[in-house]
Each structure stands twice: as C-alpha cells, then as structure tokens.
Write a protein that binds this ligand. Structure first.
Ligand code: TXA
Ligand code: MG
Length: 325
C-alpha cells in the first residue's frame, strides 16, 4: 500500500485550510478536494474542474459521527446504512443543515451528499483537516475518473496544490448514491456498494431513479465516456462484430472471456477475471483505449449482479445510444 508521509498529510490539510485544492485517493476514484465550508474554495474547485455550477459535489467526512454537523435530520434507515457501510463506497443525500454554504452559487438544493471514504490516506487527511472536504472525481468535467495519482496529474497538472498518492484505487468506480430527500429512499447512481446490500440492510426494495430530475452529472449519458467510441456487445456477438469492424477500424475489446479466433488486428484491452476486477480496471482500460488511439472498443459487460450492475451501467453510459446487439 502506497502511503504518503505524515508531513505530506499535514501539508495537504494546511493547503485545504488556505482554500487551496488537494487531490487525494479514495477507495473508489481520486477526488479533488476543497474546504466544504468555504465559498471561495468551492468556487475555485468548480473553476478548475470546469464543472457547471448547478452540479453539487459530495462532502467527505472522517466519520459518521460528523453527520449531525452537516444535516438537519437523518432518517433511521440512513443511520442504519451509515453504521453498516461507512467507511465505504456509499454516498447519502440528506437534508442540508442551514449553515452549510451552497455547493456553488447556483446550486440551491436543500440537500447535501455525504460520504466517509474507506481509504487510509483519505481518512488521515480528513482527520487532520477536521472539517468536511467537498470532492468530485479529480478529472476535468466530462473526462473519465482518475484511479491513479498519475491520471490526476495528466488531467489537472499544475492546477492542484498537492496530489496525495495512495496507489491505484481498490474499487475503481464511484460510490453508490442513495437519496433520502424524498419519502422513500432511491438510488441515484449505481456504484461500489451493490444495490442488493442496501436492500438487504433496509429490508425493502430500493429503486434506481434515472429520470434526470436530479442535477447529477453521473446521470448524463456521455459522462463516463473515453474519447474512443464504446460499443456494448453480448459475449456471443463479439467475434462477428470485431470481424465486421476490423476491416476498416482499429478495434479493441474488453471482455470477461475472449472468443478463440478474433482477427489478429484486434487489440485486447482487458480481460477482467470477475465483476470486482472489471470495476477495478474499467477506467484504466478506457484510458488505454484512448492511448492506443483505437477507433472503437467493444465491451462485453459482466453479469448484472452486485457491482456488475454498476459496471454495466458505466459501459452503457459510455456507449451512449450506440449499443449494438
Ligand atoms: O466515489 C465517489 O463518489 C467519488 C469520490 C471522489 O468520492 N466522487 C464522485 O464525485 O464521484 P462526482 O462529483 O464526480 O459525482 C458526484 C455525484 C454527482 O452525480 C452529483 O450530482 C451527485 O453526486 N450529488 C452530490 N450532491 C448531491 C445532492 N445534494 N443531490 C443529488 N445528487 C448529488
Ligand atoms: Mg465524476
């Protein structure tokens, strides 16, 4: 495990206190952090991220014990999820405490997204800083989320005061977002915690809401796309589609299993061994597809259970309307 020294953590916490931006690892993806209690720091965050002002950011906390500082009320179901799943890849949208600044000037939601990340460097930084750290994924808006410190430096360069390196992110895709701002909880984004786990803990069905009514960039169709065109294909169709396209395009494949006789020109971008590995490597594989300057990457999704459903969701969004088969 890569772990920056105590001096780097102290430096990063000081930078946050000065209103500067710090990139740090979480178990899901790298975050670009700013002091969530400072309007100026938040403004800087939106400018560097080039994020539209009406897209709220998640506030990261060192422990569930700080929930009361940021919310006006916490339903018992949310308390149950916090106790069972934090630290972990779960974000909860809750009624926002009155003192909390709007995530940005034009984001006037009466709610706040909160999470306690399960990553030692992130937790060390949050403890040292003491307050809440607002952090979207540390990529420019519309780019693939970074899962290594190098990815962050490639995307953000000198725009960030400090990049804490915690090695590659364990989970590899973003947190699951559960919305508690309406009568019954719903999932706004599939992610690191399987829907089944949440339903089991709550003892009820929790629907995935994807109606575009909430300002969430993760719900934009193109949000998780690499520059390379992505096509989702069924495993049984991979060989035929690869053959068809490879006569006139540079084709790559990501698939849990490879058919025996793929055309030799086809680039094998990745063969994830299971759904966890697929999630862990997905964004790195997207970046490889871009680096290889492929025209198209054919992706066979994992089975849609557990975290596999979140991977299939990201692939679908990356493919936009271009799903084949
Ligand atoms: O795993 C993660 O969640 C990563 C790491 C860094 O923690 N963060 C992340 O942040 O994915 P970002 O900004 O790329 O995506 C945050 C998502 C967006 O879809 C945003 O709209 C939604 O969370 N969100 C944040 N606050 C919200 C709120 N009050 N109501 C509804 N959605 C909210
Ligand atoms: Mg993001």
């Amino acid at each position: 495990m890569t772990m920056p020294g105590a001096d780097a953590i102290t430096r990063a916490a000081d930078a946050l206190r000065r209103g500067e931006l710090v990139a740090f690892p979480t178990e899901t993806v790298y975050g670009l952090g700013a002091d969530a209690a400072s309007r100026d720091a938040l403004r800087r965050l939106y400018a560097v991220k080039r994020r539209p002002l009406d897209h709220p950011v998640i506030v990261h906390l060192a422990s569930a014990g700080q929930l009361g500082d940021w919310t006006s009320s916490v339903p018992s179901g949310a308390q149950r999820l916090a106790a069972a799943l934090w630290p972990g890849p779960l974000t909860m949208v809750l009624p926002r405490a009155a003192w909390v600044p709007d995530a940005a000037d034009s984001s006037k939601l009466p709610t706040i997204g909160l999470r306690v990340p399960d990553q030692p460097v992130a937790l060390a930084l949050l403890r040292e800083f003491g307050g809440g750290v607002a952090a979207p994924s540390a990529n420019r808006f519309g780019r693939v989320s970074p899962t290594t410190a190098d990815d962050v430096r490639t995307d953000l360069g000198d725009d960030v005061a400090e990049v804490l390196d915690g090695g590659p992110c364990r989970v590899g895709i973003e947190s699951t977002i559960v919305d508690w701002s309406t009568d019954a909880p719903s999932i706004l984004r599939l992610g690191g915690v399987p829907r089944e786990t949440i339903e089991e803990l709550l003892g009820c069905a929790v629907p995935v809401r994807d109606d575009g009514s909430v300002r969430a960039p993760g719900t934009l169709a193109s949000h998780y796309a690499p520059a390379t065109r992505v096509e989702v294909v069924a495993g049984g169709d991979l060989r035929a589609r690869a053959r068809e396209l490879s006569t006139c395009a540079r084709v790559g494949v990501i698939a849990p299993e490879l058919p025996a006789d793929l055309p030799s020109s086809v680039v094998v971008v990745g063969v994830p061994v299971d759904a966890d590995d697929y999630a862990h490597s997905l964004y790195r594989l997207f970046r490889i597809a871009d680096d290889e300057r492929l025209d198209v990457v054919l992706a066979v999704p994992p089975p849609g259970k557990g975290i596999g459903a979140a991977v299939a969701d990201r692939l679908r969004r990356a493919a936009g309307s271009r799903t084949w088969a």
